[in-house]
Write a protein that binds this ligand. Structure first.
Ligand SMILES: Cc1cc2nc3c(=O)[nH]c(=O)nc-3n(C[C@H](O)[C@H](O)[C@H](O)COP(=O)(O)O)c2cc1C
Length: 259
């Protein structure tokens, strides 16, 4: 969506379920109700999360599909207090940057709903050093499959077998596919991780604002150069409750047969 001031936030008119409908939590909670009530959980108790449980979250993440089944992911799980304190400094800095962008280049962040979100962001930043666990979802950049595509002009045998037209299409697609291929191979894993957290009664949020200080997060987390950090997910037992999400009506977003 765009107007002359750039992209706008879409009207989110539909509540995913009635406010008084049950909110199931736990391993046997019905999946669709879980999805309908899995909002971003930013207020977390400082109570530690057992290591086995964190391992279960990462295991569930690995069950997600990845492009060419490459499975080039890596997850850094932080629970150490000194490490978390160092990350908290960086976290506060990127939240400060984001907050200054809100209402300006971040679209539609001036209504009441987003004022509540801003409160939650502030709370999380102030308490970040108490976050029980942070999981960094990483993926190897330019996995061999994709670099083969990107390098297709240098690959004479492949170029011959494809022919000029397919080669041209492939080269055009491969440019766009670079980062997208890796991102689309890690985000399903991150969503699995969020769902698994919910199954264990844990709250979590997918975040990407580490990108404002990517090099510093990379240094503290020790992530190798050939891997990108695609999400940082703070995890803990929630202070508040899960609840319905407000989204665009399905009729407004679906296009049958052609857009
Ligand atoms: C790609 C992506 C990036 C996000 N980045 C951040 C982030 O950097 N910080 C944050 O607090 N939340 C982040 N979120 C969470 C969104 O803000 C949240 O899902 C959205 O506001 C809807 O909130 P709700 O699910 O509670 O309704 C991100 C979500 C996605 C999918």
């Amino acid at each position: 969506m765009a107007n002359d001031r750039g992209p706008t936030r879409a009207d989110a008119t539909e509540l995913s379920q009635a406010p008084d409908a049950p909110i199931p939590v736990g391993a046997d909670a019905p999946l669709l109700q879980v999805m309908a009530t899995m909002r971003a959980m930013r207020r977390l108790k400082p109570d530690p999360v057992p290591r086995e449980v964190l391992l279960e979250l990462v295991r569930a993440a690995t069950w997600a599909p990845s492009g060419s089944d490459a499975q080039h992911y890596g997850f850094v799980v932080v629970t150490d207090r000194a490490q978390m304190a160092e990350l908290a400094e960086l976290w506060r800095d990127v939240v400060d940057t984001y907050t200054k962008l809100m209402g300006t280049v971040v679209p539609g962040t001036d209504d009441e709903r987003h004022a509540r979100m801003a409160d939650a962001l502030r709370y999380q930043a102030e308490h970040f050093h108490e976050t029980p666990a942070l999981i960094a979802a990483c993926y190897q950049r330019s996995s061999p499959g994709l670099s083969t595509l990107l390098d297709v002009r240098g690959n004479v045998a492949l170029a011959r077998s494809l022919g000029p037209t397919k080669l041209r299409h492939l080269a055009a697609g491969a440019r766009a596919a670079g980062g997208l291929g890796e991102a689309s191979s890690i985000y399903p894993a991150v969503q699995n991780l969020l769902l698994a957290a919910r199954a264990h009664g844990l709250g979590a949020t997918l975040t990407i604002w580490h990108l404002f200080r990517e090099a510093d997060f990379r240094r503290v987390l020790g992530v190798p150069k050939d891997h990108g950090i695609y999400a940082l997910v703070p995890v803990g037992y929630p202070v508040g409750r899960f609840g319905p999400v407000r989204r665009r009506a399905v009729e407004d977003v679906v296009h049958w047969e052609r857009w």
